[in-house]
Design a protein around this ligand. Structure first.
Ligand code: CAA
Length: 379
C-alpha cells in the first residue's frame, strides 16, 4: 500500500494544473455563455499528449497510466468541465476502445490521428429510446455483404460536430438481442451521415452535444470492430473505463468548487471576522473536504486496478456513483458559502454546480451504476 504519487505523476499533475490556469480559465465563462467549443484549447491539449494519454506511443499516444489520466482529468475539470469531457471521451471511450479491440489496420488509420490529437472522436451509443436501456438499439446496420447499411438516429453525442471519427453501435441481428449488435467506425463525410442540431444544455455548455442521423450510410465491413455481434460487449467494456474518466471529472468539479469556497470564506468577512471562522461555514468545508477525499480514493483505486490489469467494472461504477454525488453536493455548498456572489457567473461556482449535474447522468445514470455494482456483488 503506497499513497504517494511518483515524481512523474506529480509533474503531469502540475502540467495539467498550469494548463488549466493559463489556457482554460481565460474565456471559460464566455465559452459557457455562448456554448462555444474550446477548439484552440483542445488542439493544445493534443500537442501536450493529453488526447491519447494511455495509448501506446507506437500509435502516437503518450503511453501513460490511468493514474496519470485521472490526475489530469481532475485538474482540467476544476476549471473547465466542458474541455475535460472532450478529453475524457476521446481518451477513455474512443482511443481506449480502438486500442483494446480494433485490428491493426483500424489502429493505423483511426487510432493514430485520434491519439495524436489531430482528430477528435465520438462514442455513439445513446438513442432517443435507448439511454439507460442500451440493448434496445433501434439504429440498424444491415449486412449487405461487403458493407453495412446504417440507418437510425443517435442522441446526446458528445463531440457530435467537432469529431471526425465516430464509433457507432447498431443492431445487425435483432433476433440475437444484445449479441446481434455491432460497433462500426463511421467517418464524418460518409454519404447519408448528417449532424443534427446542437443541444442547448444546462451545463458543460462549451462541449458540443448533437444528435446524429444516418440514412443508408454505407459503412465498409472492414470498419466493424471485433467479431460480428461484439458491439454491445464492446460498448460495455469501454464504458467501464469511461466511467473512471467521468468519476475523475466529477472529482475535479467538486475540488474546484471546494478550493473556490475555501478561498472565498477566508476573504469574506461578516460579524467582524472571516466567514471561515464561523463554525457554520467551517463545518461545511470539513464535510466537503472529507467527501472529496473519499471520492478521490475511490477514483484512484479504480484507475490503479485498471493499471494492474485487474477487473475494475465495480470499482469504476462505485467511483462514478460516489464522486458524482459528491460533486453535486459540494458545488451546491460552494454556492451557498458564496451567498449572493455564488449566484452570479463571475465567481465560477454556479457554473460548476450546473456542470456537476451531468456527471450523475452520462456514461450511465447513478441508478445504472447501482445496477452494475449490485450485479457484481450478487454475481
Ligand atoms: N463486459 C462484457 N460483457 C458485458 C458487460 C461488460 N461489462 N456488460 C454486459 N455484458 C454482456 C452480458 O454478459 C450479456 O451477455 P449474456 O447475455 O451472454 O450474458 C449482454 O452483454 C447483455 O447484458 P445485460 O443482460 O447485463 O444487459 P442489460 O440490458 O441488463 O443492461 C446495463 C445492462 C448495465 C443496464 C447497460 O445497458 C448499461 O450500462 N446502460 C447504460 C448505458 C450507458 O452508460 N450509456 C452511456 C452512453 S455514452 C456517454 O454518455 C458518453 C458521453 O457522452 C460522455
Amino acid at each position: 500500500m503506497d499513497f504517494q504519487f511518483s515524481e512523474e505523476h506529480l509533474m503531469i499533475q502540475q502540467a495539467a494544473r498550469d494548463f488549466a490556469q493559463t489556457e482554460l480559465k481565460p474565456g471559460v465563462i464566455e465559452r459557457d455563455e455562448q456554448q462555444k467549443f474550446p477548439a484552440e484549447q483542445v488542439k493544445k491539449l493534443g500537442e501536450l499528449g493529453f488526447m491519447g494519454m494511455m495509448v501506446d506511443p507506437k500509435y502516437n499516444g503518450a503511453g501513460l497510466d490511468a493514474i496519470s489520466y485521472v490526475l489530469v482529468m481532475e485538474e482540467l475539470s476544476k476549471i473547465d468541465a466542458s474541455a475535460s469531457v472532450v478529453v475524457s471521451v476521446n481518451n477513455s471511450l474512443v482511443c481506449y476502445g480502438l486500442e483494446a479491440y480494433a485490428n491493426e489496420a483500424q489502429k493505423e488509420k483511426y487510432l493514430k490521428p485520434l491519439a495524436a490529437g489531430e482528430k477528435i472522436g465520438a462514442f455513439c451509443l445513446s438513442e432517443p429510446e435507448a439511454g439507460s436501456d442500451a440493448t434496445s438499439q433501434h439504429t440498424t446496420a444491415k449486412d449487405m455483404g461487403d458493407y453495412y447499411l446504417l440507418n437510425g438516429t443517435k442522441n446526446w453525442i458528445t463531440n457530435g460536430n467537432s469529431a471526425s471519427t465516430y464509433l457507432v453501435i447498431a443492431q445487425t441481428h435483432p433476433e440475437k438481442g444484445s449479441h446481434g449488435i455491432n460497433a462500426l467506425i463511421v467517418e464524418k463525410g460518409m454519404e447519408g451521415f448528417t449532424v443534427g442540431a446542437k443541444e442547448n444544455k444546462l451545463g458543460i455548455r462549451g462541449s458540443d452535444t448533437h444528435s446524429l442521423m444516418f440514412t443508408d450510410v454505407k459503412v465498409p465491413k472492414e470498419n466493424r470492430i471485433g467479431e460480428d455481434g461484439f458491439g454491445f460487449a464492446f460498448a460495455m467494456k469501454t464504458l467501464e473505463g469511461g466511467r473512471i474518466g467521468i468519476a475523475a471529472q466529477a472529482l475535479g468539479i467538486a475540488s474546484g468548487a471546494f478550493e473556490l469556497a475555501t478561498q472565498y470564506s477566508k476573504e469574506r468577512k461578516t460579524f467582524g471576522k472571516p466567514i471561515s471562522e464561523h463554525q457554520a461555514i467551517a463545518f461545511k468545508l470539513a464535510d466537503m473536504a472529507t467527501e472529496i477525499e473519499a471520492a478521490r480514493l475511490l477514483v484512484l483505486k479504480a484507475a490503479w486496478l485498471k493499471d494492474q490489469g485487474l477487473p475494475y467494472a465495480q470499482a469504476s461504477s462505485m467511483a462514478k456513483l460516489f464522486a458524482s454525488e459528491v460533486a453535486m453536493k459540494a458545488t451546491v455548498e460552494a454556492v451557498q458559502i458564496h451567498g449572493g456572489y455564488g449566484f452570479v457567473k463571475e465567481y465560477h461556482v454556479e457554473r460548476l454546480m450546473r456542470d456537476a449535474k451531468i456527471t450523475q447522468i452520462y456514461e450511465g445514470t447513478s441508478e445504472i451504476q447501482k445496477v452494475v455494482i449490485s450485479r457484481e456483488i450478487l454475481r
